[in-house]
Structures are given as C-alpha cells and as structure tokens.
Design a protein around this ligand. Structure first.
Ligand code: NAG
Ligand code: NAG
Length: 353
C-alpha cells in the first residue's frame, strides 16, 4: 500500500538497483580526469554515520524558508534520532559547516541548484542552514526560489529542471528533447552551479515522446535516454563554462528506500519504520547503475567538474525520509529538512575551502 501511495504522490519512478562493483574513487583514478571530489588526500565520501550527542548543531524551526511539506518535526515526527548522526569519513574529519564563512567566501556570488525536486530540497536546506548562521541579517526573497543574503551579497537560487535538457509542449504532446538544452540560458551568469538529474528519467508519465535529432520515438530505455540527455549537458559544460568564472558541481543520484532487500531487511517495503542508518560504510545493494552512467558521462568533460559524491552515504540513510510525516502524503524518495541534506552542504562547503 505504502508503495502505491508513494508512486502517486511523488515523482513516479521505478529504480532497479543492481549490484555493481564500486567504481574506483581513489586518488589515482581522479588524477586522470578533471572530475574532482574535494579534500585533498581524503575520500570524504567513504565513511560511516556515527551517533553524536552534540547533534543537531542548528535549529531550522525559525527558518521562514523551511518548506512545511518536508518539515518532519513540524509534521509530527517524534523520533529525532535521525538528527543525531554525523558523517565520519574513514581517513579525515570534515570541517564543520560555518555559515558565516560560507557567505563570506561567496561574497558577490550566485549559487544555483538545478534539477528535480531533490535539487530544490538541496537549495532549501542550504538557505535554512545559512539563515540559522545569520538569523538577524537582512534576507530578501521576492521570489521564494531566489533568496538573497543582502548583508553578504550572496544569492541562492533553486531552479526546477528535472531532465536538464528541454521538454517542450508540442502538438503531439510533451516532447523530451535529448539534444536540446535551451534552458541553459539562465545558467550563464551563475558563479556556482550544482546540477543533478535522474529521478524523472524512468518516469514515462512525465513525457509523451522522446526526440533525438530528427527522430521522435515513444519509448526509449531510461538508462540510455539518461546517458544521452546527460551527455548533451556535458557538452554544454564543455563548451560554455569558463572555469575562471563558474564552478560546476554534479550531485550524485539519491536512492529510494522502498525495498528492504536492498539494505538487508527483506520484510521492509518502505522507509516508514526505519529509525537508524545502515551500519558500516557499504550499502548492501551497492551503488545504483545510474550513478555509474553519470560518472562515465562526467569523465568525458574536460572542464573541471566536482562530483558531490553523496550517493552511498545517502543510501545508508533509510531513516532520513519523511515517511508518513510529509503533508503531501507518504514519501520514501525525498528527505526531511533538516536531516541528511545539511551533510551534503557540509561536504559542498569542504570543497570550497
Ligand atoms: C569536451 O571537449 C574535449 C576537447 O575539445 C573533447 O575531446 C571531449 O570529447 C568533449 N566532451 C564532451 C562531452 O563534449
Ligand atoms: C583538464 O582541464 C584542463 C584545462 O581545462 C585541460 O587542459 C586538460 O586537458 C583536462 N584534462 C583532462 C584529462 O580532461
């Protein structure tokens, strides 16, 4: 039942997780490409979740930009253990997220999160994370998707673009255009771009046709379409980004927790009763195939791109979804705010130091 509801209320997706051997993420492999991952000499994405009594370090309850739908505490979630875990890399310690320092480093800049609803969540979490650091400074948001920290001259923008490539309404219906990326126009003068796309690709209710060149088809293997669309984006980055002006990130894909067999509990068919992270540093089902595709496409880009490689650490957090504490209906795809996304921001911050 939970499963059916999830499909209705959320992005309609079907993710088939296969066991893939982990892609090498060590320094030697990285040094052959321009895809970097942050902190020198340490893979900050390899580690485990540890209980930390001092957590949470921030209070979002007074954040005017907190999306009520994902405010799990506000929506009645009583167990608060999901706020008490700290990400501990194996070989180093992460710097604390310092919101004031973050704002100072970004002075005069615009940061934009581009992608599906989880990209919006990422931006929303950052806005509240920064607000918690400077609660009484002047913040303006004429448009809720464009929040300006006036005293620091920093703008955080969230932009919904679930495929990154274009989807256009035409006479035949909605056409997903694998090699068209006119939407990129609005990315041009942004200083920091944080992209993601995947969740909508397997959802063939999201479009009627797929176009590639002059060819229009009704259906294409989602993984193949994803690879082609992401390659169009990669070419855009390759040809349009000036690395001296713009820093480009790709945030790793995020998991859905609706099949307990993937985390070693075959009796679970949702995240609803999950109250703690998967222990250890590996997710039993391994990384999802779409992440492998994303990494392959990223490696074809010669401009510098940072992979915010949060996939595995997020897979481990089956406890961090809204579950039944979402206003719009049960959800094991999105994330409670606050919750895990502040860790993505902490990692993003670490790459700026
Ligand atoms: C990026 O540009 C380089 C050099 O021009 C080229 O070899 C590479 O294939 C390009 N990658 C993409 C994805 O366009
Ligand atoms: C990395 O980027 C630099 C500068 O943009 C370029 O000259 C070099 O060929 C790139 N290296 C790879 C492996 O893509």
């Amino acid at each position: 039942m939970g499963r059916t509801k999830q499909r209705i209320c959320c992005v309609l997706v079907a993710v088939l997780l296969l066991i893939f051997s982990c892609l090498g993420v060590d320094g030697t492999e990285q040094s052959q490409t321009n895809v970097t991952k942050g902190l020198k000499g340490c893979n900050m994405y390899k580690g485990s979740w540890v209980w930390d009594d001092s957590y949470p370090l921030y209070d979002f309850s007074r954040c005017p930009y907190l999306p009520k739908d994902f405010d799990c505490l506000g929506n009645g979630r009583r167990d608060q253990n999901y706020l008490k875990y700290r990400w501990q890399p194996e070989n180093c310690n992460l710097p604390r997220f310092d919101g004031v320092d973050f704002l100072k480093r970004l002075k005069g800049k615009k940061i934009m999160f581009v992608g599906d609803s989880i990209s919006l969540q990422h931006g929303q979490s950052l806005i509240c994370h920064l607000h918690a650091a400077v609660p009484s400074s002047k913040i303006t948001a004429d448009d809720p998707n464009i929040v300006r920290f006036e005293d620091y001259d920093v703008t955080v923008i969230v932009s919904f673009s679930p495929f990154l490539v274009d989807i256009e309404q035409e006479q035949v219906g909605r056409v997903l255009k694998l090699d068209s990326i006119k939407g990129a126009q609005i990315w041009k003068d942004i200083d920091i771009l944080v992209f993601n796309t995947w969740l909508w690709w397997p959802n063939d209710a999201a479009y009627d046709y797929i176009q590639e060149g002059d060819k229009i088809v009704k259906h294409m293997d989602p993984m193949e379409a994803f690879r082609k669309g992401l390659t169009t984006w990669a070419k855009w980055v390759n040809s349009s980004i000036d690395p001296s002006k713009t820093k480009v990130y790709f945030r790793g894909v995020t998991p859905i927790h609706d099949n307990g067999a993937q985390w070693g509990d075959p009796t679970a068919n949702s995240c609803f009763n999950e109250r703690e992270p998967v222990r250890g540093s590996t997710y039993p089902a391994g990384p999802p195939p779409e992440q492998k595709v994303a990494e392959e496409v990223l490696r074809t880009i010669t401009k510098p791109v940072t992979l915010l490689d949060i996939t595995t650490l997020t897979q481990l957090r089956k406890d961090a979804h809204p579950g039944i504490y979402r206003q719009d209906g049960p959800d094991c795809i999105h994330w409670c705010i606050p919750g895990i996304i502040e860790t993505w921001n902490q990692l993003l911050y670490a790459t700026l130091l």
